[in-house]
Ligand binder design. Sequence first.
Ligand code: SF4
Length: 63
Amino acid sequence: MPNGKAAGERCVQLSADYLCLLFGNPERPAVCAAFSADPQVCGASRTEALHLLGWLEQATAQK
Ligand code: SF4
């Protein structure tokens, strides 16, 4: 995604079964490779992760 990825926009490298198509590839963005899953961000399920990430996006949005 040469122009970046907006918040909430689906990454073109995300497979239909929610796996990163660049995992383990040196072309994977550094920010993705540096991210470590954390229960405070990811919760205990995909539903919780989407809820938490939505809240974080709203709480940190520039106004
Ligand atoms: S880890 Fe990064 S490159 Fe991979 S699918 Fe997620 S946002 Fe895209």
